[in-house]
Design a protein around this ligand. Sequence first.
Ligand code: EPU
Length: 416
Amino acid sequence: MDKLLIRGGRRLAGEIEIAGAKNAALPILCAGLLTADTIALSNVPKLQDVATIQKLLRQMGLSIEDKAGALALHGRDVTKLEAPYEMVKTMRASILVLGPLLARFGEAKVSLPGGCAIGSRPVDQHIKGLQAMGAEIRIEAGYIYAKAKRLKGARIVTDMITVTGTENLLMAATLADGVTVLENAAREPEVSDLANLLVAMGAKIEGIGSDRLLVTGVPELHGAAHAVIADRIETGTFLCAVAATGGDVTLKHTRADLLNAVIDKLRDAGAVLTSGQDWIRVQMSGRPKSVSFRTTEYPGFPTDMQAQLMALNCIAEGRSRVTETIFENRYMHVQELNRLGASIETDSHTAVVHGVSKLIGAPVMATDLRASASLVIAGLAAEGETLVDRIYHLDRGYDRMEVKLSAVGADIQRIR
Ligand code: EPU
């Protein structure tokens, strides 16, 4: 199992290229199931999760050609309408094949995802929405069996805002008979990126970027070309790293307007941020100030940045309060941060961080993707050596993080 060895205390300076967004690429790849034509994709990040979804889609018969990083999906020969447990258990986003398969082929068999490290994460809203569109669904032996000759448009109000739930129902609605209204829809930029691809494929969608998506079904979708949106979470992670170590780094191929809530908090912490159309520069000197925050759906502060900003708060001046409202168990990094000398107490959804003047390196263990990123940030800021174990979690969602960080002056290496 790979580990990362970090010798902390180095200031970061230079440029980092941001990759395409994992959480946009995953639904977008699944949208390849919606048409027999070719979808040409660029800016697809090279990540473990992206490799996993490609493996699943190939098993189903979707052909995926990789031409120097640009992907061409051909959906002519999709025949296996099934996502087996072995795949879904390794990546919950596999549930995103359910909507497209059902809409185009009238049936699907998809394993129910289990719980995961950050919470129970049920998919009841995906199922409820598809049922409202006329699908017959039964759950048996851990599998969702779904059938519908042709889905019918419906008004669907989800009980909570769900990102992949919105994406699944949106894809299903594009090929349904009639009009579907998705109320309480997720407004995350990754949902809009998927919607923009679907429109390029011939879908009729109004209200993109809002919490009410109106979809008029069409008989079929056609091919299209699309560049995946920049990864706002990778962007935010590097911004936090620089704010924690001090330095001057420009992130390229990214967009400040995708992470206003994160940028505001980093400014409150003392970082100087400037941006242009496709870059963000962060400059930091001195000790950060503590910033309290609460995670909410977009455009609020993202749960996927909670652990990383908490790592910054660990070494900040003063005390901060962090409230996680999206997932019930997303504080697995707290104990590991405390092993590095942080002072964090948690009580249910709230964590109180008492900033300390320095962290001291230690061996720590990654528990999930964003928790791993917070340990890397803490390790970069800590005195001495930090060894981060189980970084396969990190590789699921960050493309060669250690290479990008080394290039701006971090002392970090992968140990195989
Ligand atoms: N929920 C339900 N029932 C449902 C769907 C969701 O109870 O049918 C609950 C969840 O348990 C959770 C809340 O609703 O408490 C929101 O979950 P959501 O469905 O929005 O999460 P998701 O779609 O499974 C995506 C991202 C996550 C990100 C969340 C929240 C992808 C592939 N994953 O998950 O990304 O944290 O939205 O923004 O888009 C990550 O990249 O590290 C990651 C975990």
